[in-house]
Ligand binder design. Structure first.
Ligand code: FAQ
Length: 329
């Protein structure tokens, strides 16, 4: 089993015999599907990879509140506003579970957030695109949360216990997000004016390709995948999950009565999957470098939120100090 992983990995991974006793016990535990817990011994690389992935994931949840937050004051009805508010609050909660899971690995939350604000670490590329119409709120719920679900369902079985348990809870909430997004689009497509239907199609046209990029670079260009899969942090490759998402999503797209901006998208009977066109990876890497339409605005908004919230943190600290003094007296 382990030998197979070694052979398929892009990086040369060690054989069991080459490992120290600690490393071997660790890998055997992973191979036996026993979760790694915070107090267990783990290789430095495993810890670093998890801190990288979980912190990026947490930052994505938090920055991901901004595109939808843009429409809170303009939601078309009170019901839609409440649903959107609940969804955005869920994303804040996901960020908190994930930062907590990251802290169990010895990382410091404030330091990791500083790295985000200094542009030293990444968050999901998708949140650097603007939300130009109300239909974008439906599209984000349906496609962005939909892609997040496809990526996160296997992460429920990731090898690190706290991350896996956080994902179980997150996935339940993401399902509601996906459905509320799809419902927004269905209502617009089934009961809307021609203008509203055009707004939905325009939104799908803008989000389709960036959503496919969410799964990360193609397998040949994914430096972390081989090791992360050997450690069972990732359970499937980026391309496998991208294909799964497309296969699941196209029937929903057809039911809506919309199309994807991809002339090569078609069912391939022999493969049992949809074929799709070339992704423009230069756009993806450009967004990662900070040159997407909203990168600068997103980070500035997050920094401003930290500054604006300083008085809350100070008040909470003063209150806690007072409580401690009372208890000590
Ligand atoms: N954006 O070697 P790989 C959500 C980076 S869902 C930016 O393949 P890996 C819910 C990658 O970090 C979104 N960077 O890397 C929501 C690496 O750079 P590094 C968050 C990306 O880690 C919905 C480099 O490219 N979900 O927030 C992206 O093995 C609506 C090479 O890539 C997660 O984070 C990208 N799309 O695989 C919230 C899921 N893709 O660090 C609000 C957990 C790749 O070496 C509203 N993460 N990169 O400098 C994962 O599953 C993995 O980290 C992948 C990337 C699959 C994203």
């Amino acid at each position: 089993m382990y030998a197979q992983l070694v052979d398929t990995g892009a990086k040369r991974l060690k054989d069991l015999e080459e490992m120290s006793a600690e490393e071997r016990a660790f890998q055997e535990r992973i191979d036996a599907e026993i979760k790694i817990e915070p107090k267990n011994w783990m290789p430095d690389g495993y810890r670093k990879t998890l801190i990288r992935q979980i912190s990026q994931h947490a930052h994505s949840e938090v920055v991901g509140m901004l595109p939808e937050g843009n429409w809170l004051t303009r939601a078309p009805t009170l019901k839609r506003k409440l649903q959107l508010m609940a969804k955005i609050q869920d994303e804040a909660g996901h960020g908190l579970y994930l930062y907590s899971a990251m802290e169990t690995l010895g990382a410091d939350r404030d330091e990791e957030i500083d790295k985000l604000h200094d542009g030293k670490v990444k968050y999901s590329s998708i949140f650097n695109y603007p939300t130009l119409s109300w239909a974008d709120i439906g599209t984000i719920g349906w496609l962005v949360d939909g892609a997040a679900i496809v990526n996160q369902v296997p992460l429920q079985r990731t090898s690190y216990g706290p991350y896996s348990r956080a994902m179980i809870r997150v996935c339940k909430e993401e399902s509601f997000h996906q459905r509320q997004g799809y419902q927004i689009l269905l209502d617009l497509m089934q009961g809307g004016t021609d203008e509203q239907k055009a707004m939905v199609q325009d939104s799908i046209n803008r989000f389709w390709w960036p959503v496919l990029m969410m799964f990360g670079p193609s397998d040949a260009d994914s430096p972390n995948s081989a090791q992360s899969m050997a450690w069972k942090i990732k359970r499937h490759s980026n391309d496998e999950l991208r294909q799964r998402f497309i296969d699941q999503t196209v029937p929903q797209l057809e039911f809506l009565g919309c199309t994807a901006p991809d002339p090569d998208l078609k069912w391939n009977e022999a493969r049992g999957h949809y074929d799709f066109g070339e992704i423009d990876w230069s756009e993806f890497f450009d967004v990662l470098k900070g040159n997407g339409p909203c990168n600068r605005e997103r980070i500035e908004t997050r920094k401003q939120a930290i500054d604006d919230g300083a008085w809350v943190r100070e008040a909470a600290k003063a209150y806690a100090a007072k409580q401690r003094a009372r208890q000590a007296a």
